[in-house]
Design a binder for this molecule. Structure first.
Ligand code: B12
Ligand code: SF4
Length: 440
């Protein structure tokens, strides 16, 4: 019998990475004497063929039954929320007295709204989980009545919450064993983003306080993990930070120490294009960066300003050319359907995507519809009843094929299946789709 079963739900992104948040909670609980099992359903689902049939619910139930526990903790993101709800339902069906708690970005973004959606979740833990989970377990074990900060209980709407800023250097070592056969493994290198793009929830989830792990720690953890990964299949270590390149000083320290030590591992990272110049490109190349993700979001300077992304687009083509000429794979994402976007703005995006796609085979562009992201500025200004469902999407068919009543699903169940209505043009108009998919 385990004290805690931590569950990472299945998701609709076949290429999903290791669940760092859950690995951290696992390691912290274990260090504090709890017997814990991490059940990564996303990993198991991928291993067992990534199927979406009606049998999936029995499959989940059988997996959960393997690890009887006192408490069940589920991690939820917007794209896994619907599965988190089903998992909670299954646990309560097996034994309604079991305590079910959730944490993760979607828990923080929705807060007490979660209890309007389900009665199968008992507690919702907000923001970073390191300190909160221990206080929560302590409260349950000692049968205390007082809820700690950042814990909400169903049927008890009186709670206190605040943005946290954990010391990420104190997190005990993580267990990566289950991911040694995966091609790309995520390592956390820091948290926080100083920007305020209006479609993004980062500032309400982790705040503006940008933090980095000690460089020595990043390097030794990554190299050790890379050495342990299966040599035939491993590709690189992916640095998990919304904005790894935003501090030039930290990046320089990283470069100096990586080049000065025995840290040859290849890596990927994420940053803003305005933080990248010739010197940074050179450093990325020398330090064995093989993958770079940069969100560009729109080809319209006007929408750059309105969305508060505020990138200047004039020199990005030459930068991307220099990056890919060095052999670094470059990926970017664009958003279609900003509420204020006009057709002219959209055409500017399409034109830019076309130009970027021709720069090199080492460029990959993806796109997403403007979704009402809980915790973002856009979310606060949108009427959810006016959002429209994107049915031309693999997630729609996958949910339908397992038996969800997708057509009547409220927006909050899966906000990424919805897009915000745009009064200037019909976002879902097929031509947009075709133009885009043909260009890309
Ligand atoms: C890696 C990543 C992915 C990976 C997969 C992640 C995974 N393992 O499933 C991929 C590439 C597949 C992905 C896809 C998407 N992602 Co993403 N992704 C991230 C990213 C960059 C890092 C996640 C991470 O590991 N963080 C580090 C760990 C330490 O933080 P954490 O997971 O939040 O965990 C902490 C707490 O939340 C908490 N916690 C977490 N789980 C639990 C569980 C319990 C029980 C408890 C007590 C606490 C707890 O404790 C942890 C330690 O403090 C984040 C941004 C970010 N910086 O977090 C976005 C982020 C999570 N993604 C986001 C989005 C929007 C998406 C997509 C919808 C993008 C898209 N348009 O397609 C999809 C949806 C995927 C899905 N399955 O839901 C949003 C989620 C917003 C939300 N409300 O859920 C984020 C926050 C980015 C943002 N600011 O908008 N993503
Ligand atoms: S989109 Fe990127 S730069 Fe903008 S606030 Fe979110 S994490 Fe920061």
């Amino acid at each position: 019998m385990y004290d805690i079963l931590l569950i990472n739900p299945i998701n609709h992104y076949g290429l999903s990475s290791n669940p760092l948040g859950m690995q951290i909670i696992h390691s912290i609980c274990e260090k504090n004497g709890y017997k814990v099992k991490l059940l990564d359903l996303a990993l198991e689902h991928k291993k067992e063929g990534y199927f979406f049939t009606k049998e999936i619910f029995t499959w989940i139930e059988n997996k959960i039954k393997l690890y009887p526990s006192k408490y069940y903790g589920i991690s939820i993101m917007n794209g896994t929320f619907i599965w988190g709800l089903e998992i909670a339902k299954i646990i309560k069906k097996l034994d309604y007295k079991k305590i079910v708690f959730v944490g993760g970005p979607q828990a923080t973004a929705l807060k007490e709204k979660i209890f309007d959606i389900t009665t199968n979740i008992d507690y919702c833990l907000l923001y970073e989980g390191e300190t909160t989970v221990l206080k929560f377990l302590n409260m349950i074990e000692d049968e205390k009545a007082q809820l700690p900060y950042n814990v909400i209980k169903r049927d008890e709407m009186d709670y206190t919450c605040q943005l946290t800023s954990e010391n990420i250097n104190e997190i005990p070592p993580l267990d990566y064993k289950d991911y040694y056969n995966v091609r790309i493994v995520d390592v956390e290198v820091g948290r926080g983003c100083p920007y305020s793009c209006y479609y993004c929830s980062a500032k309400s989830l982790v705040g503006h306080n940008i933090r980095y792990k000690k460089i020595e720690k990043i390097l030794s953890e990554s190299q050790e993990l890379y050495d342990n990964m299966c040599a035939e299949t491993r590709k690189y270590i992916n640095f998990n930070h919304d904005n790894f390149l935003s501090s030039r000083k930290v990046f320089k320290e990283f470069i100096n120490k990586k080049l000065g030590g025995k840290y040859g591992f290849p890596y990927g990272c994420e940053g803003r294009i305005d933080a990248i110049d010739d010197e940074i490109i050179d450093d990325l190349y020398k330090s064995n960066c093989v993958y770079l993700f940069v969100g560009l979001e729109t080809g319209s300077e006007r929408m750059q300003e309105i969305s508060k992304k505020r990138l200047h687009l004039n020199d990005i083509k030459s930068k991307i050319k220099k990056i890919t000429d060095k052999g670094i794979f470059f990926e970017s994402n664009f958003i279609i359907g900003f509420p204020e976007e006009t057709l002219e703005d959209l055409y500017q995006t399409i034109r830019l995507v076309a130009e970027l796609s021709w720069i090199s085979f080492n460029v990959r562009i993806s796109y997403s519809f403007m979704s009402p992201e809980p915790g973002s500025e856009v979310f606060h200004n949108v009427n959810l009843d006016e959002c429209v469902m994107v049915k031309d999407d693999h997630i729609y068919s996958e949910l339908k094929s397992v038996g969800f009543d997708v057509d009547n699903m409220p927006v909050l169940y899966f906000n990424h299946l919805y897009t915000i209505q745009n009064l200037n043009y019909d976002v879902l108009y097929k031509m947009c789709f075709y133009i885009f998919s043909n260009v890309i």
